[in-house]
Each structure stands twice: as C-alpha cells, then as structure tokens.
Write a protein that binds this ligand. Structure first.
Ligand SMILES: Cc1ncc(COP(=O)(O)O)c(C=O)c1O
Length: 343
C-alpha cells in the first residue's frame, strides 16, 4: 500500500479546506485509473465522473473542469450573453475572488446587492432584476447563488428562498446559476439532497477540491445542450485536458469515501466555535469566523505555535475544518487559539 506522505511539518492548517492532500487510497485510485484522451472524449474515468455527478444533481450532463472558477465562469457564459448582466450578492465568490473574469472574458456585467451576510433573500434579488427588450436597460439574464456561502461563513442557503427564486425565474425567463463549490456541505448539514439543490439551478458548478479532498477538479452540470457548448468554452479557455482520468479518479474516490464524513468537519467546527466563544448557531457547516480580533497579530502568534488560520480582514479570522485535521488537531488548535484570544 502506498504510504501517505508525512505533512510538511506538524502544522494544523485551518486556512482552507483546499489544503488537503490526497490520501493513500485516493492516490492508489489515481494511479490505477483507466485513462484515455479526454479531448477526444475517450477517457472512461472522466466520462464516468461526469455522468455520475450530473445524475447526482438531476442534470443531463456534466463537464470536468480544472477549477471552480472555470466552472463558474463557463456556467455564467452559458446563461448570459455578452452585454447582459448577472445579478448576485456583493460578497459572492464570483465577484470577489474571480478577478473580474465575467467582464474580462465574456463582456458580462455583474450587478450586486448587499445581502444579510450572504443569505439569499429571493425578493431582494427579484426586485433588482432588469427586464429584457427595453433598450434603455442592461437585461438581467441570470441570478447567481452561492451555497454554501464562503464569505457568509459557510452558511447554507434556505431551501424556501432557493425554491422561491427558481419558481419566479421560470416565469420571468431568467436563468439561475449555482456556485456549489461546497454544495456537499450544504446537503450534509441541511439533509436536503443534492438532486433537490440541482433542480433549482440551470447551471451548477460543484468542486471536488474543497471538502471532498480531491487535488484538482470541479464539475459543471446542466442540460446536454448547454454542456455541449460548455465543452467548446472549456477548450477555448485551455481547460481541455488529456489523460484527465487520473484526476477524475480522485473525484470518484472522494464521492465514495469523503462525502458522508463532512459531518465530522461540521462537528469539528462546532467544537471550535464552542471553545472560542463563537455562537454555534452562526456555524452551519465547516467554517468558523472569529470577529473583533487583531487578525494579523493572532494569525502570526498562532502560526508560531503551529496553527495556520486565514485573515479575512484586519478584524476577522477564518478557520476551516477539513479531512486533514482530526479531532486531536482540532483540540490542539482550540487550545492555542483560546489562549491567544483569552477565551
Ligand atoms: C464559493 C466558491 N466558489 C468558487 C471557488 C473557486 O474554486 P477554485 O479555487 O477551484 O477556482 C471557491 C474557492 O474557494 C469558492 O469558495
């Protein structure tokens, strides 16, 4: 059996759930993957992953892309034409961390509303939608929703609001894109199944490289027609990979072995919240926010004691639980942070 390489140091890395390294089992699955040239659509492992993820979300087809950013951006392009706009909340990943890609790549403008900490309020968005066919206005072609919400502290979007937005969108002829980088966490935390989330979106990008622990990859799901167009965009953007089955195998392994265990990450986040005086009801999944702290000072001091955290702002620290930090690591991190924060 291939041994898992030791961590680079005895660090407890709570900066992000993207820092996980493939387990021995995952590496074995990658090494043994059956592969072919995926640009020719001849990689059986990629095809299996795409079909499996599409089916999980109740969509016709899926497309493996290298990153969540590419999944989101191609997804947006599928539901919005150049010169039209996508509406989303002002803290959304697509407008905060994706380098203005919709504008730079596609001539899509984004319009944002300030939300209550990222929580979806369907009426608030609907109110802002601009109609098609009015030559004075930039038409709103799509609304984008993030679930769970990263800057919202991992919050799970309320199902009734998702449903309301969806029902309205069918009447209004507006598309819905889901940034589902952590939709797995939302489903585990809420008990709402993935197919339910999937049927409330025209396009959805879901990541294998966050809580699921794969090294690379996201899958964009949509109708077969849209995914055929997405395939062209992926190639155009340089995302057409060849023997990508080695990556897809990691994704399939993650779906088999790392999905249900997300509940453990959520428990760990609750433990951190309780130890650090954070309202546990503000922690819905695997992210914990520490507010009103001297973030750079705390982060530096924690690092010196072997605990890595993210500084979101000068006064906010973020902790993210994941596969590579076990209960003992959580307890140690809690001890270090509780002492530094005097909590
Ligand atoms: C909510 C959300 N969407 C999209 C992404 C982008 O994923 P990637 O880093 O794979 O481009 C991230 C990354 O952390 C994210 O948190």
């Amino acid at each position: 059996m291939m041994p898992t390489p030791p961590p680079p140091a005895e660090l407890i890395d709570l900066r992000s759930d993207t820092v996980t390294r493939p387990t021995a089992g995952m590496r074995r699955a990658m090494a043994e993957a059956e592969v072919g040239d995926d640009v020719y659509r001849e990689d059986p492992t990629v095809n299996a992953l795409e079909e499996r993820v599409a089916a999980m979300f109740g969509h016709e087809a899926g497309l493996l892309v290298p990153s969540g950013t590419m999944g989101n951006q191609i997804g947006l392009r599928l539901v919005c034409e150049p010169g039209q706009e996508v509406l989303c909340d002002s803290e959304a990943h697509i407008v905060t961390y994706e380098m203005g890609a919709a504008a730079v790549l596609f001539g899509i403008s984004t319009r944002t509303v300030v939300s209550d900490g990222g929580r979806l309020d369907a009426d608030q968005l609907i109110e802002q939608v601009r109609e098609h066919g009015n030559w004075h206005l930039t038409a709103t072609a799509a609304v984008a929703v993030e679930n769970t919400h990263n800057r919202g502290g991992g919050l799970v979007q309320p199902l009734d609001q998702l449903q309301k937005l969806w029902d309205w969108s069918r009447e209004a002829g507006v598309n819905v894109h889901l940034d589902g980088a952590r939709i797995w966490n939302a489903s585990i935390a809420s008990g709402v199944d993935l197919a339910t989330y999937g049927r409330l979106a025209d396009t959805a990008s879901v990541c294998l490289s966050k809580g699921l622990g794969a090294p690379v990859g996201s899958v964009l799901v949509a109708s077969a027609e849209r995914i055929a167009t997405a395939r062209l965009w992926r190639k155009r953007l340089g995302g057409g990979m060849r023997q990508a089955g080695v990556l897809a195998a990691a994704g399939l392994y993650a779906l088999d072995h790392h999905l249900d265990r997300l509940a453990e990450d959520h428990e760990h986040a609750q433990l951190l919240a309780k130890r650090l005086g954070v309202d546990p009801s503000a922690v819905e999944t695997n992210l914990v926010r520490l507010d009103d702290v001297a973030a750079p000072v705390v982060a530096e001091a924690a690092k010196a004691r072997g605990v890595l955290v993210s500084q979101v702002s000068a006064r906010r620290i973020r902790l993210v639980t994941h596969l590579d930090v076990d209960r003992a690591g959580i307890d140690r991190a809690a001890d270090v942070l509780a002492e530094l924060l005097d909590r």
